[in-house]
Design a protein around this ligand. Structure first.
Ligand code: R5P
Length: 304
């Protein structure tokens, strides 16, 4: 078994935990924007007949999901030409997952098409982290040939908070109804009894977000706002603002995927957050929590 991926701490950790060799992937970007991911092998025999784990992360704040997807597709097709035994893709952040349906006539069901394209490129297993297809129940609703495995990024996030903060009467807040399951998971791990969800509406044309709050008793208490993705930061910042306005003692923002479009982090800071905590599903130098242990665990179980 071999691991193919950029030679960074994240991939080295997985390689160590699996006791496997990491074959580096070198990403070259040409001046016109085309990408060229090169697998640093001697020849195809390094791959032939092997189980290959290809692990690749997008860069936070890069706003380059298309480059990331292209790098994955080119590498999968390239690997397949060398006849591996099977390919397991670790893509911690599944791009286009939010567009899992056509919201307006004529729009693509992007998440479904991305899944199909990955299967077409020859992937056998896909391991991803806290990918939430809002209108689908499981990963297998998307993949027909490949096996899809979704690892929770909320578990290590919640454990980090539990181990690093003395929380005072904590309340866990989901910024919208869909995030309520994660607030519940968080509350369970923290042993907190109070969790709730706000209501959110997003204008489909302008992207503007409105947050509605019902009863919210947070005065003098520690609030933890939990979400899967922070992209523009609008959803997270609105929830933080509401908690601050109602007299929360501290507001800690926890999210799995720091996509962080330009200005997102500043928006959250300005809203009055005490600390922003995210995982390393994307390449971000301020990520405090790693999901590598969860990924290695699942990989070991597949490889048995
Ligand atoms: C969508 O429902 C997700 O769970 C997140 O709430 C959303 O992607 C965050 O996006 P933004 O940071 O742009 O508000």
């Amino acid at each position: 078994m071999i691991i193919v991926g950029v030679d960074d701490g994240f991939n080295r950790k997985i390689a160590n935990q699996l006791d496997a060799k990491l074959i580096p992937l070198e990403i070259r970007r040409f001046p016109d924007g085309e990408v060229c991911p090169r697998i640093l092998i001697k020849d195809d025999n390094d791959i032939k007949g092997e189980t290959v784990i290809f692990t690749h992360r997008m860069r936070a704040s890069s706003c380059r999901p298309n480059d990331y997807l292209t790098e994955i597709l080119l590498t999968l097709l390239n690997l397949n030409e060398a006849n591996p035994r099977r390919i397991i893709l670790v893509a911690p952040y599944f791009v286009y997952a939010r567009q899992d349906t056509a919201f307006r006539v004529g729009e693509p069901k992007s998440a479904k098409y991305v899944a199909k394209t990955l299967e077409w490129a020859g992937v056998d297993v896909i391991v991803t982290v806290s990918t939430h297809f809002h209108r689908m129940k499981t990963m297998s609703d998307f993949f027909t040939k490949a096996q899809g495995i979704n690892v929770s990024g909320f578990t290590p996030l919640a454990k980090y908070v539990k181990n690093n903060y003395e929380l005072h009467k904590p309340v866990i807040i989901a910024p919208d109804e869909e995030a309520k399951i994660w607030a519940e998971e968080f509350a369970k791990i923290l042993g907190a009894k109070d969790y709730t969800a706000l209501k959110k509406e997003r204008d489909l044309d302008t992207g503007e977000i409105r947050t509605y709050v019902g009863e919210l008793d947070v005065k003098g208490r520690d609030v933890i706002v939990v979400d899967d993705i922070v992209s523009t930061g609008g959803t997270m910042a609105n929830a933080i603002l509401e908690a601050v306005r109602r007299g929360a003692r501290r507001v800690i923002s926890c999210f799995v995927h720091p996509v962080l479009a330009p200005g997102a982090l500043e928006k959250i800071m300005k809203a009055g957050v005490f600390e922003a905590i995210a995982t390393d599903t994307l390449v971000w130098d301020k990520a405090k929590v790693t999901v590598t242990n969860e990924i290695s665990k699942v990989l070991l179980s597949i490889l048995q």
